[in-house]
Design a protein around this ligand. Structure first.
Ligand code: ADP
Length: 625
């Protein structure tokens, strides 16, 4: 079977709302369990009802059989009475109808409800016969009916069997249960002279057989009597319409009569020891099955109510759960849309409450980190603004720095020109010297700027190799001393005895030391102390340049290494130029060689800059300072 068209209209389980997803399995379970238990209970009750019905049918069948046999005995007694009446054989032999009638009347006087009483001549014709329309009517007398064609009478006639035979005979439009018996004339042996015949309406026998169950408040069984050929002879109630079974034993059938179901029990009917037909007793099935069907219906109702209950409880539960989930969803959506102050109410202590708490906690953290982030952005923005301002200040400053030597150069050049014109040689030489000095300063500043620009763009070039610091010191020591004494300072240098080689670019390292010494000299008032120390510490080689200058305020921190930064209020001692680029460049040079730079300072007590360098694996030759 192609189910595709139906499946197209059915929603997929995964697309069902949560409510139905939770409920459908329960409904299916209840339906399956309910249907199975209803089926089992109805089946159990039905089979019990069938057994009871069979017993009931058997009881009715036995009752009906015994009532028929009562009537058979009554007829037997009547026929014996009629056949053996004194003078009856003689009256028949003499064809004395009057005498025979008189004798039969005496029978009728005792057997008042017989419907047929007759005596026949040997040819089967009635010599005299009495017939009653109903048991209460007066009997009407007649004669000459040809009873010899009737099998039971034929079998009792002289020379044709001469037996007592019971069976059914037709009287007008009525069927009778009849017994025929030979009329014997002999004293010792029976010499049949004719036949005596008695009959009773089968319809009445059938209703007698049905019995009266009104007192028991049970349905009255329908009784049907069939002859040997299987034709219906008499029935009370509805007779089964199916073919009568030709069985010699009990047969039970379920039959439909006028749209109703009936159970029928067929049993063989024997009259005078001969099979005379069948007796059928029927009871309506619904009375027996009513209990089972009622139980089934009630159970189905309970299952249905159970399902409705589950749907109702499920609907209430899901409304409760969905109300909570909806507020969670709305809060999540608000958070997603940027409303970080959104919170969901925590109304229960169950898992949903826990979920709401977790969501709120998450929202708190999100809001807190968002605020921190905003603060950081604010900080960075003001930092950038400050740097931009400093850069602007620097350019203003550097312009000023450049302007002064340029102005001097121009001024001196003009004066040199007029002096050349007036030929004053000593003054000329001084002016040329000043021009050279200013031009040198200008060049140094320009070089600083170029060098820093190179460092900033990552184009700083270092060639790292194993460097012996003492040897490097030997080279720069005179310059250090020269610088210090020019500033009016005393110098102290100290190198440890055993120093490892360091990984550095010798030329850049010299620049670093000289820059730091230059700063120490530049910012320390005349008569100060400058120190240069080299020692191995914690597996590194440390170069320290100390001074007894003004120091650097603690709050400045590492900003000292930022380009263009100058500690506000710090003055160079001899009007040297200050660009704020020296330490920024020095830091980049140190780091490019794999080292680190730091400083310690106390206001008014001087400053110590320390450069820490990686030692080489190669061992250095020892030397003393
Ligand atoms: P510059 O010396 O050209 O101004 P630097 O980058 O070398 O630039 O120094 C930055 C600032 O640090 C200086 O302007 C000065 O205020 C301060 N500074 C540097 N070295 C010292 C020191 N030895 N003692 C006191 N202040 C110093």
């Amino acid at each position: 079977m192609n189910l595709a068209p139906f499946q197209r209209h059915l929603p997929r389980f995964s697309d069902l709302p949560l409510f139905w997803k939770l409920l459908v399995p329960f409904l299916v379970l209840i339906l399956v369990v309910g249907a199975a238990s209803t089926y089992l209970i109805v089946r159990e009750l039905s089979s019990k009802a069938r057994v009871e019905m069979n017993q009931e049918l058997l009881r009715h069948s036995l009752d009906a059989g015994s009532r028929i046999h009562d009537r058979e005995l009554y007829l037997l007694e009547s026929v014996n009475f009629a056949a053996n009446l004194h003078g009856m054989a003689d009256a028949v032999k003499a064809k004395n109808a009057g005498e025979a009638a008189r004798l039969l009347r005496s029978v009728l006087a005792l057997k008042t409800d017989l419907h047929l009483l007759a005596v026949t001549l040997p040819d089967g014709r009635s010599l005299v016969e009495f017939v009653r329309a109903t048991s209460d009517d007066a009997a009407s007398e007649g004669s000459g009916t040809a009873w010899g064609d009737t099998p039971i009478v034929a079998g009792s006639l002289p020379g044709k069997g001469e037996q007592k035979i019971a069976g059914f005979v037709q009287l007008g439009d009525r069927k009778l249960l009849a017994i025929a018996a030979p009329i014997c004339s002999g004293a010792k042996e029976c010499a049949s002279v004719g036949s005596a015949l008695v009959g009773f309406d089968v319809g009445l026998i059938a209703s007698e057989a049905g019995g009266d169950t009104s007192a028991e408040k049970k349905p009255t069984p329908a009784v049907s009597i069939y002859d040997e050929a299987g034709d219906l002879v008499a029935a009370t109630g509805k007779a089964p319409t199916g073919r009568v079974p030709a069985a010699t034993d009990l047969v039970r059938r379920t039959e439909q009569l006028a749209g109703r179901e009936f159970f029928t029990l067929y049993s063989p009917l024997e009259l005078q020891g001969r099979r005379a037909g069948m007796l059928a007793v029927s009871l309506p099935a619904e009375s027996a099955l009513r209990l089972a069907r009622g139980a089934g219906l009630r159970l189905a109702l309970v299952v249905f109510l159970g399902m409705a209950g589950v749907v109702a409880v499920g609907a209430l539960l899901s409304r409760y759960v969905l109300a909570h989930i909806r507020s969670l969803v709305e809060t999540s959506r608000s958070l997603g849309q940027g409303d970080l102050a959104a919170r969901t109410p925590v109304v229960a202590g169950d898992e949903l409450g826990e979920l709401a708490e977790v969501l709120n906690q998450m929202a708190y953290e999100l809001q807190a980190s968002h605020e921190t982030l905003e603060m950081r952005v604010e900080e960075r923005t003001s930092e950038v603004r400050r740097l931009l301002q400093e850069r602007t200040d620097f350019f203003a400053g550097i312009s000023h720095e450049l302007k002064t030597p340029i102005a001097v150069i121009l001024n001196q050049a003009r004066m040199l020109l007029s002096s050349i014109k007036s030929n004053r040689k000593r003054m000329d030489a001084e002016r040329v010297e000043m021009i050279l000095q200013s031009a040198d300063q200008l060049l140094a500043r320009v070089n600083d700027i170029l060098e820093f620009a190179r460092a900033e763009s990552g184009r700083i070039e270092v060639t790292v190799s194993d460097v012996a610091v003492p040897e490097l010191f030997d080279e720069i020591r005179p310059t250090i001393h020269g610088l210090a004494s020019a500033g009016g300072h005393t110098v102290e240098t100290e190198l440890a005895i055993e120093l490892p080689l360091v990984r550095a670019d010798a030329s850049r390292l010299k620049d670093v030391v000289m820059n730091l010494v230059d700063n120490a000299v530049k910012y320390t008032p005349t008569g100060g102390k400058i120190g240069v120390f080299v020692a191995a510490h914690n597996g590194k080689v440390e170069l320290s340049i100390t001074d007894s200058g003004p120091g650097i305020p603690a709050e400045v921190g590492n900003r000292i290494f930022e380009p263009f930064y100058r500690v506000p209020g710090t003055q160079t001692q001899r009007g040297q130029a200050s660009s704020g680029l020296g330490l920024a460049l020095t830091k980049r040079l140190v780091e490019a060689q794999g080292g680190k730079i730091s400083f310690e300072s106390r206001r008014g007590r001087g400053t110590t800059f320390t450069v820490s360098l990686r030692p080489s694996r190669t061992k250095a030759r020892g030397r003393k300072t």
